[in-house]
Write a protein that binds this ligand. Structure first.
Ligand SMILES: Nc1nc2c(ncn2[C@@H]2O[C@H](COP(=O)(O)OP(=O)(O)OP(=O)(O)O)[C@@H](O)[C@H]2O)c(=O)[nH]1
Ligand SMILES: [Mg+2]
Ligand SMILES: [Zn+2]
Length: 321
């Protein structure tokens, strides 16, 4: 039996068109479209594909569409309209155009762990820049609080990031600490969870909704550099909203190819005031005389780890240019 689908010519009435969200990658030419927690497998109306449109790049996870369901087969449908994107979260690929991770997010949760793997402020800063490039609000999650023997890790992290305007939330999938706050932060919003491999992204989401059944990895495997999670798709939250788990970006460096080194300082909240404010108008805050940013660092007004992140990233971006 062939699948019965609406013909290309069929013009649905506005009442037949539903608002939906592309929640994953296409399979066999069909996109999973979510609406009210239900998934409809949709083809793209052919006439959306005008000359020069790259079929594979046209839709991304998170795109908002208008679609209608096949009357004979309601689990299948056709996408008739794609709404404009409000944001794109991408990772840079040197020498290639940035790769879309997910679009139209309300927020991005950056998950780091107290230990296993070791907390890296530099990696956290990289993810913050990724979110800033996409103009998406970040929420910093410090997971595995149960592994924090002296109980100071969360306060230390908050002391650096809260004054910059970032929200920092501590969690433990092991003890349940912070999970109610995490759920509240996700409710009714479209979010993505990013962060290094092994930080516990998939575990946290499974804890919120065991029906997700996201694959997680034993800590001993993490050193091998595998990523347990491979694709990003949006999952419906029982509390309302959608969340995308993403693979940890461990070795792939997502920033070169995304921004030029000269613009890096604009993505550091505390360095922004110094853009154009030093003795040299185009000061890169590395070794130039009369650098106001370095003066602020020496005065303890800028966290050393943040300045170090800036310098490391600057060199890396320069080298990739
Ligand atoms: N002690 C402790 N272990 C945790 C916690 N959360 C996750 N883990 C463990 O950390 C390991 C890695 O968790 P995952 O959820 O697979 O990590 P991930 O961030 O999804 O990793 P990728 O998918 O590779 O990016 C698993 O063995 C989890 O059981 C926590 O709060 N405390
Ligand atoms: Mg995972
Ligand atoms: Zn300077």
């Amino acid at each position: 039996m062939s699948r019965r689908r609406p013909s290309e010519e069929y013009e649905p009435s506005p009442r037949e068109l539903l608002d939906g969200l592309v929640v994953g990658s296409p399979r066999g030419g069909e996109y999973p479209v979510g609406a009210a927690g239900e998934i409809t497998l949709c083809r793209l109306r052919k006439r959306l594909m005008t000359a020069g449109v790259d079929r594979l790049q046209y839709l991304a996870t998170g795109d908002r569409v208008r679609f209608f369901r096949s009357p004979e087969e309601p689990e299948r449908g056709r996408i008739d309209e794609v709404l404009p994107r409000t944001s794109e979260l991408s990772r840079g690929r040197p020498g290639k155009p940035p790769q879309l991770i997910v679009v139209n997010l309300d927020q991005v949760l950056i998950v780091a762990a107290v230990a296993e793997p070791d907390l890296s402020l530099h990696r956290l800063d990289r993810f913050l820049i990724l979110a800033d490039c996409a103009e998406i609000e970040p929420l910093i999650i410090l997971n595995k609080l149960d592994l924090d023997d002296d109980g100071t890790a969360l306060a230390e992290l908050a002391a650096i990031y809260e004054p910059l305007g970032y929200r920092v939330l501590g969690t433990s999938a092991e003890t349940g600490e912070g999970l109610a706050e995490l759920q509240a932060a996700l409710t009714g919003r479209v979010s993505a969870v990013v962060g290094v491999s092994g930080a516990g992204k998939s575990t946290l989401l499974n804890t919120l909704d065991p029906s997700f059944e996201l694959a997680t990895q034993e800590v001993m495997d993490i050193g091998k550099g595998r990523h347990t999670t491979t694709a990003s798709s949006l999952l419906p939250l029982a509390c309302g909203g959608w969340v995308a788990d993403t693979p940890g970006i461990k070795t792939v460096s997502p920033l070169p190819g995304l921004i030029p080194a000269d613009e890096l300082a604009e993505h550091f909240v505390e360095l922004e005031p110094f853009v154009g404010a030093c003795q040299f108008n185009n000061c890169t805050h590395r070794a130039e005389p009369g650098c106001q940013a370095r003066a602020a660092l020496a005065a303890g007004e800028i966290a050393a780890s943040r300045f170090d992140s800036y310098l490391r990233l600057f060199e890396e971006l320069r080298a990739a240019e």
